[in-house]
Design a protein around this ligand. Structure first.
Ligand code: GL7
Length: 807
């Protein structure tokens, strides 16, 4: 949009007066944030209404991305950027004596996600709108986010994340679009006079799903898409109050119903059997599909054509009940026959798998499922029966094979199997991950449905992760290669020709230095630790999980500490190791690792013998906003998961885009990063995929052998249990046990030696400033293919069959 400074000032003053009956000069920064936010919403609304009408009028095929998480991050800055008025607004505010940065800092991160999966959904939303793809999000409006993490005495403490405490300026409640979702009760098939069967569902509990819509503004185009999040509420009982509903009962019911959209569960690949989780899943899926079908009918399109107008994407298995739910709507509510309904369902739905961690492949106990969703269970039963017929026709009498692949088997409903059978497309999120799905985890399904499997390597939005997070680097790019990269991120490759240019090298280095200084100031303020911006900033930020091997990093630091103590003249470039991670509340071992890292920090940071060669910082409460500060200041990007375990990773892409060099195993999208930058510009270490699979298949790994034969490993592990590191009596023992007695499931010790060597190599590369800056530039200029703009275009043409309306 186009707006002059003067017009904006007038609008802002008027809005402030309307909202707070106050002049700008008497306002607080809090008021300024809400004034600006509400004003932005007004600016957005016209384009939003127009986009929605355009989609309806031209009957364009729309994507609905169903996801249990959308980790959006703050929206004010990105909306200003995408509207194309950030500079104008910033200047105008400055004229008024206000600071845009301070105002932006008032916004709290929406608590709608946990990790990579939710952040990916948010990147896709931004990229779809920016690429003119008619794409909507569908999810839950959690009242409380994951949790707020505090570190107390080195331990993680979880506090409620009440992100909706103040007004959320971006959402619009649409009460008139509310729908009802049914839980519990009895479901059966009743014969009609003509012999056909009528589905009956009685005595159910009704939950009102009320949508809250948020605008998803495309980058300097005319597209404003919609993120629809559902809130669980008690229906209005006045119509059907049956006498027995007394006030207390209503209250009890209210608590139970409202809990559906109350908290986001951390899904850290750890299975916690929870009815509430299944309730949440069916809740947002049923509400979303009901509203999609209603809209489709309102527009006058035939239901038999639904799949030509609508694509529903199932983001991991959490929304898998979309398959039977669409069947239910088409059959029970619209009177369609099974065969047609199934054809439409399969062609409407597509599915992404985000992990091969088997404990994260959702399965539900039949009893639990049947009780909560009786009608849906009947439909899945029929899907399973028909699927078994297909399997029988392929595998004949091989009953084992049929049970292995069935949807309902062994007392469980297996959601991944349902997803593969019930959709037309199944994709993994990086090349290696997709290959592993095809050759290992889902091999049987790949044999059955080879044509459904495809790869879509993840991506990140360069608008948030470069333009907003690193404005100085963005300016330098504009100065050198022009600004076409902003619209076409693949143009970042134009920057490659400057890799040997001493002047540009210096500028890149200076920008990194400035970002490091800002982060150092933040660290000082938050943790009271003074870190040297001249030291190497080596960064490991992501969810805390054993497979991500924060432990390997920490053990290496402990090893370096021993080296220094043993040889006071030990030469190393000063290093600042930065960690940030939340551990799932029930994931005990992950929490112990947090304590270990903090104990290590406490001891090493305060040991004068270290002479500041090592500093360790654990930043609490990792979030999108914190990542935006950390990543542009990072030099070494730790991507050290056990090979085969990280489906893709996406922070790896954000780091390289900001000029960090990746220290990586050949896991997930690290493989593609290597393909893009080439061996000289990344440091690879660790076991290969074949070695890992071999050990898992054939055994033969013995961590104790390494402990006994490698003196460095022994020294490090012994110092966990002998009191050398203070304050980890329990944690040290448990970590030792995990690595030695339980044979180190994630090969931390097996990879220790090559990790030490890789760290050394990194340091040597860093010493040579020319080489390092060249690597940094190579990384920045190779990162364009990892823009999620590229990824969503691949989904649009390869999976959803949607067209681009406006660019
Ligand atoms: C994840 C994967 O672990 C991660 O590697 C991937 O980048 C992300 C997005 O595809 O999905 N799967 C998962 O369950 N979570 C992830 O972050 C929470």
């Amino acid at each position: 949009m186009i707006i002059t400074k003067e017009q904006f000032k007038k609008d802002f003053e008027k809005k402030m007066l309307k909202l707070y009956a106050q002049e700008v000069e008497d306002s607080t920064v809090h008021m300024q944030y809400f004034t600006l936010g509400y004003l932005m919403k007004e600016y957005i609304s016209e384009g939003w209404a127009k986009t929605t009408n355009r989609y309806t009028k031209y009957g364009e095929k729309q994507v609905y991305y169903f996801s249990i998480e959308f980790l959006l991050g703050r929206l004010l800055a990105s909306n200003l950027l995408n509207l194309g008025i950030r500079n104008t607004v910033s200047d105008a505010l400055k004229d008024m004596g206000l600071s845009l940065k301070e105002i932006e800092d008032v916004e709290v991160d929406p608590g709608l996600g946990n990790g990579g999966l939710g952040r990916l959904a948010a990147c896709f939303m931004d990229s779809m709108a920016s690429s003119g793809i008619p794409g909507n999000g569908n999810g839950i409006r959690y009242k409380y986010g994951l949790f707020q993490q505090k570190i107390v005495d080195g331990y993680q403490v979880e506090l409620p994340e009440n992100w909706l405490r103040d007004d959320n300026v971006w959402e619009i409640r649409k009460s008139d679009k509310a729908v009802k979702v049914k839980f519990y009760g009895d479901a059966w098939m009743k014969p009609r006079e003509d012999g056909s069967l009528e589905p009956i569902h009685t005595d159910y509990q009704e939950v009102l799903a009320v949508p809250y819509d948020t605008a998803l503004v495309g980058y300097e185009n005319k597209t404003v898409n919609t993120l629809r999040l559902w809130n669980a509420e008690v229906p209005n009982y006045t119509d059907d109050i049956q006498g027995e509903l007394n006030f207390n009962k209503v209250l009890l019911n209210k608590r139970e119903i409202e809990s559906i959209s109350e908290v986001l569960y951390p899904d850290d690949s750890h299975h916690e059997g929870r009815v509430l989780r299944l309730k949440q899943e069916y809740f947002f899926v049923s509400a979303g599909l009901q509203s999609i079908v209603a809209q489709h009918k309102d527009a006058g399109h035939p239901l038999s054509e639904l799949h030509n107008y609508v694509a529903v994407h199932i983001n991991d298995t959490h929304p898998a009940v979309a398959i039977p739910e669409l069947m239910r709507i088409l059959m029970d509510e619209e009177g369609m026959e099974w065969a047609e309904a199934w054809h439409i369902t399969q062609n409407t739905m597509s599915y992404t798998n985000h992990t091969i961690m088997s404990e994260a492949l959702e399965k539900w106990q039949i009893d639990l499922f049947k009780e909560l969703l009786p009608r849906i269970y009947l439909i899945i039963g029929e899907i399973d029966r028909r699927f078994r017929e297909i399997l029988s026709s392929k595998f004949g009498e091989d009953q084992n094979q049929i049970e292995k692949m069935a949807i309902i088997s062994g007392g469980y409903v297996r959601m991944a199997h349902l997803c593969i059978h019930g959709t037309h497309s199944v994709n993994g999120v990086a090349k290696l991950h997709t290959e592993l799905l095809k050759s290992q985890e889902l091999r049987d399904f790949y044999m059955l449905y080879p044509y459904k499997f495809n790869n879509k390597t993840n991506g990140i939005t360069h608008r948030r992760w470069l333009m907003l997070a690193n404005p100085e680097l963005s300016d330098l790019l504009d100065e050198t290669i022009g600004n076409s990269w902003r619209r076409n991120p693949q143009d970042l490759k134009l920057f490659k020709k400057y890799k040997r240019d001493p002047e540009i090298q210096k500028k890149v280095e200076q920008i990194k230095r400035n970002n490091k200084e800002k982060l150092a100031a933040y660290i000082k303020e938050k943790n009271g630790i003074i870190v040297d911006p001249n030291s190497i900033f080596d960064v490991h930020v992501k969810r805390l999980h054993a497979y991500k091997r924060q432990l390997l990093n920490a053990l290496h630091i402990l090893h370096q500490y021993h080296e220094i103590l043993e040889n006071p003249n030990f030469e190393m470039l000063p290093k600042t190791y930065i960690f940030a991670a939340k551990a799932a509340p029930g994931y005990y071992f992950a929490k112990e690792i947090i304590k270990f890292i903090n104990a290590l920090a406490e001891q090493i940071n305060n040991d004068p013998r270290v002479e500041d060669r090592i500093k360790i910082v654990f930043l609490e409460n990792y979030s999108v906003t914190l990542a935006e500060q950390i990543i542009p200041a990072s030099e070494v990007s730790e991507q050290i998961s056990t090979t085969t375990k990280e489906a893709s990773g996406t922070s790896n892409m954000k780091f390289m885009m900001n000029g960090a060099v990746t220290l990586a195993t050949l896991d997930g999208a690290n493989v593609e990063i290597l393909e893009e930058v080439g061996h000289p510009n990344i440091v690879i270490f660790g076991m290969t995929e074949k070695e890992v699979l071999n050990y898992y298949r054939n055994g033969g790994y013995n961590s104790r052998e390494i402990y006994e034969s490698d003196a460095r490993v022994k020294r490090v592990l012994d110092s966990l249990t002998n009191g050398f590191i203070k304050g980890i009596q329990v944690e040290g023992q448990d970590i030792f046990k995990n690595l030695i007695d339980y044979n180190d499931e994630f090969f931390v010790l097996k990879d220790f030696d090559s990790y030490v060597a890789a760290q050394k190599k990194m340091e040597d590369l860093y010493r040579d400033r020319f080489t390092w800056n060249k690597m940094s530039i190579e990384n920045i200029s190779s990162s364009g293919v990892f823009s999620s703009d590229v990824t969503v275009m691949q989904y649009a043409s390869g999976v959803w069959d949607t067209r681009i309306i406006e660019r």
